[in-house]
Design a protein around this ligand. Structure first.
Ligand SMILES: *[C@@H]1O[C@H](CO)[C@@H](O)[C@H](O)[C@H]1NC(C)=O
Ligand SMILES: *[C@@H]1O[C@H](CO)[C@@H](O)[C@H](O)[C@H]1NC(C)=O
Ligand SMILES: *[C@@H]1O[C@H](CO)[C@@H](O)[C@H](O)[C@H]1NC(C)=O
Ligand SMILES: *[C@@H]1O[C@H](CO)[C@@H](O)[C@H](O)[C@H]1NC(C)=O
Ligand SMILES: *[C@@H]1O[C@H](CO)[C@@H](O)[C@H](O)[C@H]1NC(C)=O
Ligand SMILES: *[C@@H]1O[C@H](CO)[C@@H](O)[C@H](O)[C@H]1NC(C)=O
Length: 306
């Protein structure tokens, strides 16, 4: 342990002090460990790789170097820089595969537990970019519960909360892993109602994704939701929010219409079901049918008549 820390500390010191030395150290270490038969190009020092202005696409060896650095270093500044560089590189589909094959996802994933919110946020951003690849999603899904808990307990409207919500949204673009969010739905509605505009939009993207999956309809309709939810259907609400809550209604309706989609079960009092199918919601829909915005009107007309 002491040895590993010393190496991490030394690495950090060298990176800060003299990138070139660190690079040589890293390259020899890489050759010893790797055995990948790939030729290392000592063209860039680790300092260059992490200084945030690096805009080239990194090759396999450089990505390996960066991951080793991330694994061994304690310094928050270097950790953050390494994550940012990895995030930029994770925007490229080839790199999404390489980072997974190098075993990078658990290394990056471990950083979401970092107490430093800035590092946590950057790690979530990297995972988000990596999550575009479905095979990566299989590795990233182990962090879903942790991310949900962080989103629910994190500072409201913070960058780290938004980063978590974005990751959850991208992990739910397919139905595959959505069930893992089931037990957090009621709490997500709470975040929706208490968050500011940016947070609301992001939570709604997530809930809309869930609402497209018939298997999630029971969980959504049964969620305990404060009646202030209906104020999101007021005419003056920002269009990007209004259109999304209408899409949510529409998707849930489609599920209810489809036979066999929904286990017929009594939903508890105070649930979303009672809000969406109550008189107050019907009134709001009638008002929205006269809305000045054509997109909003159109959404309302495809909903069943109230
Ligand atoms: C990052 O590295 C590049 C290339 O060595 C250098 O031109 C640039 O000034 C550095 N930027 C910072 C912020 O250190
Ligand atoms: C968190 O990390 C950032 C970015 O590296 C650093 O500037 C900041 O000092 C760290 N905060 C704490 C409390 O360690
Ligand atoms: C993620 O990828 C996008 C491009 O898809 C890029 O613009 C963005 O900077 C990347 N995010 C991070 C955190 O690196
Ligand atoms: C998240 O998913 C959306 C929708 O599929 C996509 O447009 C976006 O690029 C993804 N975000 C990242 C950071 O890859
Ligand atoms: C929400 O709050 C965050 C953090 O205070 C802020 O950066 C963001 O601009 C706010 N968004 C809106 C739409 O008010
Ligand atoms: C999930 O949400 C994203 C972003 O809003 C969207 O691009 C995507 O089509 C949605 N996927 C599903 C299955 O609803």
């Amino acid at each position: 342990m002491g040895g590993a820390r010393a190496v991490g500390w030394a690495a950090a010191g060298l990176v800060l002090g003299a990138g070139a030395c660190y690079c040589i150290y890293k390259l020899t270490r890489g050759q010893r460990q790797g055995g990948r038969g790939l030729r290392l190009r000592p063209s860039r020092s680790a300092e260059d790789l992490t200084n945030g202005s690096y805009d080239d696409v990194l090759n396999v060896d450089q990505l390996q170097k960066l991951l080793s650095l991330l694994e061994s270093v304690d310094d928050p500044v270097i950790t953050e820089r390494a994550l940012v560089t990895l995030g930029n590189n994770a925007a490229f589909s080839a790199n999404q595969v390489i980072i997974r094959e190098l075993g990078g996802i658990p290394i990056i994933g471990s950083k979401i537990n970092n107490p430093n919110h800035s590092i946590k946020e950057k790690a979530l951003n990297v995972l988000n970019n990596l999550s575009v690849n479905v095979d990566n999603q299989v590795k990233i899904k182990v962090y879903i519960s942790q991310v949900c808990q962080d989103v629910l307990s994190g500072p409201p409207d913070s960058a780290v909360q938004l980063a978590g919500l974005r990751l959850l949204t991208n992990m739910t673009v397919t139905n595959e892993h959505q069930h893992m969010l089931s037990k957090y739905i009621t709490d997500l509605f709470h975040v929706l109602l208490t968050g500011n505009g940016s947070t609301k939009v992001q939570v709604l993207k997530l809930l809309v994704n869930l609402s497209e999956n018939p298997a999630m309809a029971d969980g959504l309709l049964g969620a305990q939701v404060d009646s202030s939810f209906l104020s999101l259907y007021d005419g003056h609400v920002a269009k990007e929010i209004l259109l999304r809550v209408l899409t949510l209604s529409q998707n849930i309706n489609n599920c209810l219409k489809k036979e066999g989609c929904l286990a017929i079960q009594p939903f508890p009092k105070g649930s979303l079901f009672f809000l969406l199918y109550g008189e107050e919601c019907a009134q709001k829909m009638r008002a929205l049918a006269e809305h000045h915005d054509a997109d909003v009107k159109e959404k309302v007309t495809v909903l069943p008549k109230f």
